[in-house]
Design a protein around this ligand. Structure first.
Ligand code: PGA
Length: 250
């Protein structure tokens, strides 16, 4: 991990209530300590908690993000949907897009690209998830999958400084299994290469996501190409989340 800002993104998925927001107070306190000033902690709770969470962390170093949004950038007749404008009005600053749990439900590169455009139009930041499935990995398709996801997902995107890539091998999410170092280094370096060739810029932050926990984070944090972590399960427990942050920074 480099000395630049290090990101810890808590993806709460379909979990969380007001009591859980209160439990994150210990994380807020940690984020305000001098030692952790370089950390960027971003909580991504369900939509229902966005506004309350934003108010709770108002005077802290912590930001709030949403976990997805509708691709339509204006208000409209889309029952049950939330778009970037509505997310912005909650006070959130980030949106996770392209998560494999949504790709699995039919979200394709074209829709993700539309969503990225709509989020950037509102001057919000994107956490753009990419990653191969187990079958794609076994069929040696990882490189082509990552290339397709990056080039289609980021097509026509100019405000690239407001985008971070989260590399999340699908087979690693929620399984307790993480890629070995060699594999991870290779895939991270390929992501950088693909991005550089495509956008003529190498300044993109890359996060790792998939079963990050207090036990494996020290090893993952040794990898220079990683700028932070997208944490699912382990972020629901503040003690575990703090442990992940402390073990990365120490
Ligand atoms: P996990 O989830 O940490 O529970 O594997 C990560 C993610 O889906 O973003």
């Amino acid at each position: 991990m480099t000395n630049n800002n290090i990101y810890f993104i808590a993806n709460w998925k379909m979990h969380g209530n007001i009591a859980d927001i209160n439990k994150s107070k210990s994380v807020v306190r940690l984020s305000n300590l001098k030692k952790f000033k370089k950390t960027k902690i971003i909580y991504c709770p369900p939509y229902t908690l966005l506004k309350t969470f934003c108010e709770k962390v108002k005077n802290s170093n912590i930001s709030i993000g949403a976990q997805n949004c509708h691709s339509h950038s204006e208000y409209g007749a889309f029952t049950g949907s939330i778009n970037a404008k509505l997310i912005k009005s909650s006070g959130a600053k980030f949106v996770i897009l392209g998560h494999s749990e949504n790709r699995k439900n039919g979200e394709n590169d074209l829709i993700i690209n539309k969503k990225i455009h709509s989020v950037l139009k509102e001057n919000l930041n994107v956490i753009f998830c990419i990653g191969e499935t187990l079958t794609e990995k076994k069929n040696k398709k990882t490189y082509s999958v990552l290339k397709k996801q990056i080039t289609k997902g980021l097509k026509g995107i100019k405000k690239i400084n407001n985008v971070m890539i989260a590399y999340e091998p699908v087979w690693s999410i929620g399984t307790g299994i993480i890629p070995n170092n060699l594999e991870l280094l290779k895939n991270l370096s390929n992501i950088k290469k693909i991005f550089k060739k495509f956008k003529k810029s190498s300044s993109i932050k890359i996060l790792y996501g998939g079963s990050v926990n207090p036990k494996n984070v020290r090893e993952l944090a040794q990898i220079k190409a990683i700028n932070g972590f997208l944490v699912g399960g382990s972020s629901l427990n503040s003690k575990k989340f703090i442990d992940i942050i402390k073990k990365t920074i120490n």
